[in-house]
Design a protein around this ligand. Sequence first.
Ligand SMILES: Nc1ncnc2c1ncn2[C@@H]1O[C@H](COP(=O)(O)OP(=O)(O)OP(=O)(O)O)[C@@H](O)[C@H]1O
Length: 775
Amino acid sequence: MLSSTPGIAILRGGFLRCSAGTSSVRVAGFGFGHGEGQSSRSSILDPRIRFSRSLSTLRSSDSRQGEYHIPSSRNQKIRPTLTSIDNLHLVIRHNSSSASSSSRSLPKLTTTTSSSSSSIDSTPTESSALTQTDSKETSKRSIISRITANLSLKPVAETHAKGTEEQSGSSSVLKLLELAKPESRNLGIAVGLLLVSSSVSMLVPLTIGKLIDFFSSNSTQFLGLSFPVAAGLLAVTFCIGATANAGRAIIMRTSGQRIIARVRNQAYLSTLRQEPEFADRSAGDIVSRLSVDTNILGDSVTSNLSDGLRALISATVGVAAMFWISAKLTLVMLCVVPPVSLGAVFYGRYLRKLSNLTQEAVGEMSKTAEEKLNAFKTVAAYNSQPLEATLFSKKVDQVFQLAKKEALMTGIFWGASGLTGNLAMLCLLGYGGHLVSISEITVGDLTSLLMYSAYVGGSVSGLTGFFTGLMRGVGAGSRVFWLLDRTSNIPLDKGIKLPHARNGAIRFENVKFRYPSRQEVVVLKGINMTIEPGTSVALVGSSGSGKSSIQQLISRFYDPEEGKVTFDGTDIREFAPESWRDRIGVVFQDPILFAGTVHENIAYGSPDATREDVEEAARAANCDFIWDLPQGFDTLIGRASLSGGQRQRVSIARALVRNPSILLLDEATSALDSTSENAVNAAIDDIIRQKNITVILAAHRLSSIARAERVVVLENGVVSEQGRYDVLSRKEGSRFRTLMAAQLLVEKSSAGIQEDQPQVDEGEADASSTATRNR
Ligand SMILES: Nc1ncnc2c1ncn2[C@@H]1O[C@H](COP(=O)(O)OP(=O)(O)OP(=O)(O)O)[C@@H](O)[C@H]1O
């Protein structure tokens, strides 16, 4: 079942077949992200790479003997070569239950000896589920369900299987059709109208041929009727055709737009439910998927489908009519179809590939522009316009190069198919003229044939356009579906609901963490600390020591790589993130305001907050300035229409209005002047004194740190010291004193030398300021 050789693990037996000669997988060097959701396209498609990634995770996260379940959908032959693990005891089991889905859940580590596996990534069980409903969660859920219900769509997770990488062509076509399903009634009507309008337009060549024969003969009958009656009937028929055509176009376009709207809403909802890291990494690309790709996709399932159907009907009816007029001539014409169709298939495939590349390049371009436009003032202040223009133009050039390739291919294809069509027409004229001269067909028949062949030619090129459009839609679809199908690494609604009444200590137990996007840096190397409910803790440490990271782990924007964060004794991974985050108020270092009124900004995330609640929170956060604004709380503000300090205070009010039981303040007073800082600190003091909110503040300033009951000093990824502020600041040689030396000195000198102030020697102050300069 397993083989354990220093450096090499060979898998065989009933778990995972292996054989010599299959390609080996080097574990070292694969920089995969933490968790399944970070996998690249190839890693999902290629089980060997999934396998290697899993091993690399195992290597980095657990050096104990362990049984490691690797989800694999194929019974693959694998011979992995472990380049840097010695004496690894490995059991690899082909797990049929996980094989059925392309699971993205974090892999589990279980002990080999225990039959009842003790999972590190424990999944919440039904028995531990708490039934108390949270009204805020319910209202949020109802908003989401309203969005999806209005669009007659099931929630993302139900509609699609678990996240897959970008779709293959056939599955995208199926999904494309699935998308059009809710519109099937409308589309059915449109197809009916299309049949009517196409049939009517196919009457035109026949009528013209008959007209020529009618006028070139002495007959009094046209189409078996008197000329005026026949002409009147034809006019009515053409009117019906025109009405049907208009109806078809209206219905098709409206359905298309409805499909686009539905996909956009779904894709955006799916994006919002991803873990923050995902959006940080690919915001520009997501915007491009939501705007450009959805448009292409919508066009593909409606206008393109409609044009394709019309072309198909025209071609079929046209060919039938041609056969009816002259089978010989028609056969001559049809010689052209196979080469054109073959060309269309190759061209369509090429176009699909190109379309994917183009959309990716457009995504990159949008990302670049978006990033720089968001930092417009920085660009202007550093006169970086030329540099930015150059960077953007490089991205534009990538799009242009791809468009050029497409233009070249399109030109060649259409030129060649046009030439083939014209040559066929010449053959038709020559051979048809001969048939007229031997009276096998009339001039009118030849005219009708010529017209039908032009119609059929047009239809064939329409079908080609349909095929290439479909391929383009499939390309765009795979990008949109990828977004729709992606399952978050931290699914918002998975887990138990946390009742508001429940409170307890937050405990970090040997927490190790690194950012998925920067695997080489271990930010937290084993954090252990306990924060009792209703107490306040200041996280102190040099810049980059991990203060914000700790707060992000508490918010569950990320999960630890090892160890756990518990609340009231329960791993916070067991709580549904939505329900857990409802307990938390966060004030970020760089608070963001949205376009809207001050009231809306403070009530953001608390839809039930009344004006009184908002005003109370604003008062507590010392937002006096709001009352002086022209329209008070109804004043419209935007991203940057308040000062930094005002933004920070609004942000504190936003956190307080949630009535949180945990308040995370990340440098919450860094943008405030000393008067405002004192006022906000006084507000924080009040909160701390009330003892019903656990306050965790990351701070550099002594004035903020001193408010907290306890100080936790972070150094080199671990807690190097913790204790009460007054104790640490007085303790000779404490890490805290060394870190704060410069500030303690300033404070001492500004306050005059007081007996009760901590004594800091010059050496410490120098060391600290030198360290700061060096950094
Ligand atoms: N999103 C991210 N992706 C990758 N690395 C990150 C990310 N955010 C922070 N880091 C890195 O993690 C480390 C800890 O950062 P963190 O923001 O937690 O420090 P901090 O103590 O809060 O710093 P500061 O006091 O300057 O705010 C730093 O080395 C930083 O570069």
